[in-house]
Design a protein around this ligand. Structure first.
Ligand code: NAP
Length: 651
């Protein structure tokens, strides 16, 4: 059982944002998600002023790109302009951001901050112990494992497993009125928003991709079960008189007037946020905004508790603050449901309500409520409070790689060893790869463990048939034993043969092939294999050499292999960027790798002259550069050739 501070269940927008907030506050986080990939659906699509303000405050908003302002908004189908909430607020109004886009960006953001998002992992059991919670999980290959966490937060939606396993009381009622929803291609009908007809209500709007999103509610009898397209088309025809049966449904869904809320947001070490804590009709985007604001209210507090900056009592403030906000939102949504779904019996009520909405103060009141601006402002996460509870004596760490896993090829010695040590100092679990020198590899692990880090050795000879397979067998076994998973966040392709030992005119085809097999072919296929288990936020660093930028004819074959590695970096960067993965080349100059020549003072003096700093590089000089490239701080660098030669290439 590997311990973590917080297990978040559910990688929807709420769980992912909570994970990011927790990481910002210095907590270690594992996110478990049943789905192996984001659903791609975009149920929710608008962000409100309070959410925008929180995202801007955390520096996350620019990652979403330009968000278009949308429509005036409504209250139970009656026009309500949300910009009236506060004309001076920079984000007053509502902003279009499809859930799919939001989830993708949040996942990259959270992973970049060090959250570990495990997709295809289903929560199966929870048991509170004296020290925390034992979390039972079924992984993608059906193997079960356990995690121990200090707290577990259910962000797992309306049908929350955490809520049911935790015995929370989910008070309220189920839906008694239903709206059918569909994205349909191949139909031509006019846009309309919650238009009232004698027999029901209908909404239609054309999306940029040419499909039309429809919503239809028929007064009276309510459909049960999952909707079929024929049912939607029948309801549409009955309400509007229009025939859409020839259309091609792309997505079908139903939602209704459910209104439930847990009576406690916290039970001991279990907490709930988002739809797991409150289920409501998704009207005007309030559900996702309410959930994201729950996460903002909980994350900084929980981070303070698990890092020892505050006692667990702080978590009761979360319930005290968010339960009333949730109740009030559920109440406004129920009021809207009456105004929307009532037939003739609500005509008078709608009339009076419409008159009230003529008053600026009434509009402002409701717009502030929907925008989340009348709720308390959430606390801000204190940035990585120190000393972190993960701090170990002798570790000068800022934990930028907590919960990350890394493979450094050729880390038994030299630059690879220095890199493995630094990655572990930052919190990564490191696989120390070697081929011949088992003792040196074991020493690297020992050095890491002495500093309080975690590492294990993996042996595989590169440049021979079956090399990558053997490497990944050992790597996956080591990762699985320690994390329950084979996910790899960081790959450093460092192992290489630096010299063939032959002058260019004497180089044999065998020596040439061997150089290419170890230095170029192996890194290519290691990258290819690693990508199958590398999540968004992943990092690849390939070691090259300054010799590709200056003529050293004695090393022509070596330089050719490293030229190939630079192309691997440059060419793959474009296809990896959409996955949130960066790939870069780092070129050392002459670097003391502990080889015999560095014991010879005359030779060292001569080599030092190549660098603008008049010394040879230390392995740590290069390892620091590699380590930086693996952090979130280097997220904007990809496909680059990084000169780490100490100015050797300045000429
Ligand atoms: P090093 O001290 O020579 O160490 C090489 C590492 O690679 C060792 O861990 C070794 O494992 C492993 N290795 C070598 N051949 C292998 C094979 N066929 N299969 C599996 N593992 C193998 O290396 P370094 O000098 O630190 O260099 C690291 C990287 O920086 C290399 O890519 C190199 O090209 C580049 N670089 C170094 C310098 C420099 O001056 N040091 C300059 C420019 C670029 P064992 O210990 O088990 O043998």
């Amino acid at each position: 059982m590997s311990p973590t501070d917080v297990v978040v269940v559910g990688a929807g927008p709420v769980g992912l944002f909570l994970a990011a907030e927790l990481r910002t506050g210095g907590a270690r986080v594992v996110v478990l998600e049943r789905l192996t990939a984001p659903s791609g659906e975009s149920r929710a699509s608008v962000l409100h002023a309070r959410t925008m303000e929180i995202f801007a405050d955390r520096g996350f908003l620019p990652r979403l790109g330009e968000l278009p302002a949308v429509g005036p908004g409504h209250f139970g189908g009656l026009r309500l302009d949300l910009t009236e909430a506060d004309p001076d607020h920079p984000y007053a109004g509502q902003w279009e951001c499809l859930q799919h886009h939001l989830e993708t960006e949040l996942e990259t953001y959270a992973a970049g901050l060090g959250a570990q998002v495990r997709r295809g992992h289903t929560l199966t059991g929870l048991r509170e112990t004296d020290a925390g919670v034992r979390v039972e999980v079924r992984g993608p290959d059906d193997a079960t494992y356990a995690l121990s966490a200090r707290y577990v937060v259910g962000c797992d939606g309306e049908h929350s497993t955490v809520r049911s396993l935790g015995g929370f009381d989910f008070a309220g009622h189920d839906a008694d009125k239903v709206m059918l929803r569909a994205d349909v291609a191949g139909i031509e009908i006019g846009n309309r928003r919650l238009e009232r007809f004698a027999d029901g209500i209908a909404t239609a709007y054309r999306r940029p991709d040419g499909t039309t999103r429809l919503m239809v509610h028929r007064f009276g009898e309510q459909p049960a079960g999952e909707p079929a397209f024929a049912q939607v088309a029948d309801a549409w025809a009955a309400v509007t008189g229009e025939d859409i049966r020839h259309g091609e449904p792309r997505w079908l869904n139903r939602f209704g007037t459910v209104s439930r809320q847990v009576t406690e947001y916290r039970r001991g070490r279990l907490l709930l946020a988002g739809d797991a804590a409150h289920s409501q009709m998704p009207v005007g985007g309030q559900a996702v905004n309410l959930g994201l604001q729950d996460a903002a209210a909980l994350g900084p507090r929980l981070a303070r508790v698990v890092t020892g900056a505050a006692g667990p009592g702080l978590l009761d403030d979360y319930h005290a603050e968010r339960h009333p906000v949730g109740s009030r939102t559920l109440a406004n949504i129920q009021a809207q449901a009456h105004l929307l779904f009532g037939a003739d019996e609500v005509t008078a009520l709608r009339g009076v309500f419409g008159e009230l909405l003529e008053l600026g103060s009434a509009r402002r009141h409701l717009a502030r409520m929907i925008s989340g601006l009348d709720a308390p402002q959430p606390p801000r996460p204190s940035l990585r409070p120190g000393p972190s509870h993960t701090h170990q004596p002798g570790r000068s760490t800022v934990d930028r790689l907590t919960d990350k896993t890394a493979l450094v090829t050729g880390s038994s010695r030299g630059i690879g060893r220095a890199t493995a040590i630094r990655l572990a100092r930052e919190g990564a679990l490191v696989a120390v790869h070697y081929t011949a020198n088992e003792q040196a590899a074991a020493e690297t692990v020992e050095l890491i463990e002495k500093e309080g880090g975690s590492a294990f050795t993996v042996r595989a000879e590169l440049g021979v048939p079956g090399d990558v397979h053997e490497l990944f067998l050992g790597l996956e076994r080591g990762l699985k034993e320690r994390t329950g998973d084979t996910r790899l966040d960081i790959l450093v392709n460092n192992a290489a043969v630096t010299s063939t030992g032959s002058a260019p005119e004497d180089l044999t085809p065998e020596e040439f092939d061997r150089s290419f097999a170890v230095n170029a072919k192996a890194p290519y296929f290691i990258v290819q294999r690693a990508l199958g288990q590398m999540p968004s936020g992943g990092r690849i660093v390939n070691l090259t050499t300054g010799v590709t930028r200056t003529s050293v004819p004695d090393q022509v074959a070596y330089a050719m292999t490293k030229g190939a590695v630079e192309q691997l970096t440059f060419q793959l960067a474009r296809i990896l960027a959409p996955r949130g993965i960066t790939i870069n080349s780092v070129a050392p100059g002459i670097t003391d790798n502990g080889g015999a020549i560095f014991d010879n003072p005359q030779a060292v003096e001569a080599m030092a002259r190549f660098s603008a700093f008049n010394r040879v590089g230390e392995a740590g000089d290069v390892a620091d550069v590699i380590t930086f490239l693996t952090t979130d701080e280097a997220r904007w660098i990809t496909g680059a050739f990084i000169d780490a030669t100490g100015g050797t290439l300045l000429g």
